[in-house]
Design a protein around this ligand. Structure first.
Ligand SMILES: *[C@@H]1O[C@H](CO)[C@@H](O)[C@H](O)[C@H]1NC(C)=O
Ligand SMILES: *[C@@H]1O[C@H](CO)[C@@H](O)[C@H](O)[C@H]1NC(C)=O
Ligand SMILES: *[C@@H]1O[C@H](CO)[C@@H](O)[C@H](O)[C@H]1NC(C)=O
Ligand SMILES: *[C@@H]1O[C@H](CO)[C@@H](O)[C@H](O)[C@H]1NC(C)=O
Length: 505
């Protein structure tokens, strides 16, 4: 036993030394070296990984199908039969959910319509967010709602609407070039190394299917809000506060967030975030007085509180019979699939299986991999730029006391896929993109990239330099090899270049 420990410690120290001193650098440019730390340390063997928890022991009783513009709500009578006995004794009803905040917090809250409409087996839906309740048919529901329901679930439909299709078609006709759709999938608090450790199936799938790893991707501030603002607006925390005043009612609606440009130029836009209570633009802030994007899923996510919540590692993992993560992955897929062929810009930001504990992302590895498989199978990867990214590494736990934790919290994962047609049409941009995957990049560069995609889309959009980082560049432009942290808008506190840290710590 003792010998084995000595052996591991020796291997451990040896691998660290070689990583730092000899041959292996993640980034090795004139102004920036970052050591290529191994994802796995022997001490990781002591970590108990979290195992998936199942949110329901049987298939959800209700589900939705979308065929062109016909949306149908279905009941699985065979599941009722099996789980709850005679399905004739049971009946289900649905009710419509709408956004319904207070005067002070218009972005928080939901309301059910005044009655619950009974249906048998299936019903055509004309609304997009519905709650389904199933109950004993002898219960009198003339007052509107059953009180003794034994099943509840909430569904969100993502369907094309004529107005949005018209807007997007107009952009296609007026653009000088083919508009580029963008799909952004965010898993909060996942470093590049933790992605390698906890989501190996997803990582294998994306890297084998054309995603490029931006391995020198460095965050610019501590937590989600400033990094999200840097990504969507090119501003730092102070500028965001001064210019957007997120504590005032109209602040974030009058804030230069890139998705407004996409929306106003004709793209169909979407924003979704799970774990409503800590949502990026709502936590200690006012949120959006009016929905910021064409599709805005906050009311849906808020309404999940009505369902049974099951906590995993301190996070609201299950919302009723489905996990919040599954719900987000389905939204991302439905949006990308149903808007396919039209210019779209969608952001799907997940927290509920990654935010608190370093091992929990493992519980969703299969499901996240399936999202990318499904996106591939319906052709989204052939059409859109797809970004799988995080805002920072894990911000809790004992890893923060180690040198590798110091690196990991600063170096979030960033994987980007370009469709084949883009690479053919833009060989110079593609070459820069491949080169830049190996240099230091920052969150502000991503803002410049999202602007560049509007220009490459042939719109009249005029690029603005990032307020916090005037030298930052789109990853489709040539980023100089001699780039330093300050060139990339990264302050000393967050910089991972040229550090001389005690690697045994
Ligand atoms: C890092 O770059 C320098 C300068 O180009 C080069 O001499 C050195 O061999 C590189 N080191 C590694 C480990 O690649
Ligand atoms: C429904 O309620 C009636 C009356 O309370 C009861 O006799 C019956 O067993 C119930 N059926 C189911 C499926 O629970
Ligand atoms: C932001 O504002 C605070 C408080 O006014 C100040 O101490 C800090 O230096 C500012 N940070 C930056 C990056 O400007
Ligand atoms: C980090 O180390 C300090 C000092 O040993 C300790 O008090 C603290 O609890 C540790 N933090 C974590 C998150 O392990």
């Amino acid at each position: 036993m003792y010998n084995i420990v000595i052996f591991y410690v020796t291997v451990f120290i040896f691998s660290i030394c070689t990583a730092v001193n000899d041959y292996s650098y993640l980034i090795n440019t004139t102004q920036c070296t970052i050591p290529n730390l191994p994802a796995f340390y022997h001490s990781w063997n002591n970590y108990t990984p979290s195992y998936p928890i199942s949110c329901s022991s049987f298939e959800p009783v209700s589900y939705i199908t979308v065929e062109r513009d016909v949306v149908t709500l279905h009941i699985r009578t065979e599941v009722i039969q099996k789980q709850f006995g005679n399905s004739d004794d049971n009946t289900c009803c649905y009710s419509v959910i709408s956004r319904h905040g207070s005067v002070d917090y218009p972005d928080v809250g939901y309301v059910f319509s005044s009655y619950c409409r009974s249906f048998k087996n299936s019903a055509r839906l004309y609304d997009d967010t519905v709650v389904v309740l199933c109950h004993n048919s002898t219960e009198d529901t003339t007052n509107g709602y059953p009180s003794n329901f034994w099943y509840s679930n909430i569904h969100q439909v993502v369907r094309r609407t004529p107005n949005l299709v018209r807007k997007a078609e107009l952009l296609k006709e007026s653009s000088r070039k083919k508009p580029i759709s963008v799909l952004i999938v965010v898993i909060d608090a996942v470093s590049r190394l933790n992605f390698i450790r906890t989501m190996p199936k997803t990582r294998d799938f994306v890297t084998q299917n054309g995603f490029h790893e931006f391995r020198g991707y460095n965050k610019i501030d501590d937590n989600t809000f400033p990094n999200a603002m840097a990504f969507f607006s090119g501003m730092n925390q102070n500028q965001s506060v001064d210019i957007c005043q997120p504590w005032t009612l109209d602040g974030l609606n009058n804030c230069p967030l890139i998705w407004y440009d996409y929306r106003d130029l004709g793209y169909i836009t979407a924003y979704a975030e799970d774990w409503s209570d800590i949502a990026t633009f709502n936590y200690l802030k006012k949120g959006f007085k009016v929905p910021p994007t064409d599709y805005y899923f906050k009311p849906y996510m808020d309404s999940l509180r009505f369902l049974r919540t099951e906590i995993q590692d301190g996070m609201p993992f299950c919302a009723g019979p489905e996990s919040q993560g599954d719900r987000m992955l389905n939204l991302a897929f439905d949006f990308a699939k149903n808007m396919k062929g039209l210019p779209s810009f969608g952001v799907f930001w997940m927290n509920t299986f990654s935010h608190n504990v370093i091992t929990t992302p493992k519980t969703m590895d299969d499901k996240v991999k399936q999202l990318f498989q499904r996106l591939k199978s319906v052709g989204v990867l052939d059409e859109s730029v797809v970004i799988l990214i995080s805002d920072h590494g894990i911000r809790f736990g004992e890893i923060l006391n180690t040198t590798r934790g110091y690196y990991e919290v600063r170096l979030p994962m960033n994987y980007i896929s370009l469709p084949h047609w883009f690479k053919e049409r833009y060989p110079d941009e593609t070459r820069n993109f491949l080169d830049n995957a190996k240099v230091l990049t920052s969150t502000y560069d991503m803002y410049m990239t999202l602007q560049d995609l509007l220009v490459l889309s042939g719109t009249d959009y005029k690029v603005k330099s990032s307020r916090a980082c005037p030298k930052c560049k789109s990853i489709f432009a040539k980023i100089p090899n001699e780039r330093s942290c300050s060139d990339a808008g990264i302050s000393n506190k967050w910089c991972t270049c040229n550090l001389d840290l005690d690697m045994d710590k």
